[in-house]
Design a protein around this ligand. Structure first.
Ligand code: COI
Length: 356
């Protein structure tokens, strides 16, 4: 596959960040992007262009009806200067599942992978070096046809942009505070909860802002029917630890994003000898667990957020503190093991890493 590449004159290249510790999540973008259009039922010529604004019909279906999907990936820089992708084939699979759910064409996995590798190779200098920092990858597909009938677009743009990022939570690897949403829900059975589509995130913004204003980093969503069972957090899946058993919400309801980090945590925890149960856990049980101390730990797991210890859940007007607001041993062990694989500090025993 031939990917054409733009040559950007030296004086048009962006000034790179000077201190990677000051990078905020998703605010800085690299010089180039990967692009490919779907027109008349086929994918056209893939190319690397300058990172630049898109020209869209004001009536584009993506803008009018939210026909828009994305992925979240990271390239981690190793000591030797290689860029490590973490289970990229899973991202591609999930992307194409999201595409199907949103009546969009699938992207050829080879085009996705080659486009990504070519872009990364050109932009590798943008990758931060510190553990906890990375080059965040945002593959996106939007319906670009301009029309107002509620039908799928017949034209699409698939693109990949890159953002050098620091930790998702500015505090770094420290316990966060979470607001449990008792009124608003994220996804209902039969809806789009398991797809990585823009509307799921758009619908979460209002309550997320409300929580942030009150001092909480994220929102925990409960199931839509009973408003009782924990599902996931705004930017990550969530795990609870009781008696050294890890619990996380099951995927069967179709309301939960099937996280790559979630799947990797389950596999690693099993290999460390812990039992992992993908079972519905109610807020009632969690509150009890914080009271009698049986709830040992709680942590979030996601690509952007990595592993995020949770120190407090605000529910029914009260703050429920977990593990004295300290990072637990299992959370720490999983975080360190994951980071070690991603940054190439240890050999990858799973075959999860693809180096560029
Ligand atoms: C990710 O973890 O990469 C995500 O896409 C979650 C969020 C930043 C939207």
């Amino acid at each position: 596959m031939e990917i054409s590449k733009v040559t950007i004159p030296e004086n048009e290249l962006k000034e790179k960040y000077t201190d990677e510790k000051l990078l905020e999540f998703g605010k800085t973008f690299t010089d180039r992007m990967f692009k490919i259009e779907f027109i008349n039922g086929e994918w056209k010529k893939p190319r690397i262009t300058k990172y630049s604004p898109l020209t869209l019909e004001p009536s584009a279906i993506a803008l009018q009806y939210g026909q828009s999907i994305f992925e979240g990936q990271k390239a981690y820089r190793t000591k030797e200067g290689k860029l490590n992708l973490f289970r990229p084939e899973m991202n591609i699979q999930r992307f194409n599942k999201s595409a199907k759910r949103m009546a969009m064409p699938e992207v050829d996995p080879e085009i996705y992978m080659e486009g990504l590798k070519t872009l990364l190779d050109l932009e590798r200098e943008w990758t931060p070096k510190n553990i906890g920092s990375a080059l965040y990858i945002r593959p996106t597909m939007i319906g670009t046809q301009g029309r107002l009938g509620v039908v799928p677009s017949n034209e699409y743009l698939f693109y990949i942009i890159l953002a050098p990022v620091g930790p998702y939570f500015p505090e770094g690897f420290k316990p966060i505070k979470i607001w449990v949403s008792e009124r608003y829900i994220r996804a209902a059975p039969g809806g789009t909860g398991s797809a990585k589509t823009a509307g799921n995130y758009g619908a979460s913004l209002m309550i997320g802002q409300k929580a942030l204003k009150k001092g909480y980093n994220q929102v925990l969503w409960l199931d839509a029917i009973h408003k009782k069972y924990v599902e996931e957090v705004g930017a990550m899946n969530i795990f609870f630890v009781y008696n050294d058993i890890l619990y996380t919400a099951p995927l069967e309801s179709g309301t939960i994003l099937p996280g790559l980090t979630r799947a990797s945590v389950i596999q690693m925890a099993n290999d460390f000898g812990y039992t992992v149960k993908e079972e519905a856990l109610s807020m009632e049980e969690i509150v009890m667990g914080t009271k009698d101390g049986t709830l040992q730990e709680c942590f979030g797991a996601g690509t952007a957020a990595s592993i995020a210890p949770v120190g407090c859940l605000r529910y029914q007007g009260k703050e429920h503190i977990i593990n004295d607001f300290k990072t637990g041993g299992i959370t720490q062990k999983i975080y360190s093991s994951l980071i070690d694989i991603q940054y190439g500090i240890v050999d990858d025993p799973y075959g999860w890493i693809v180096s560029v």
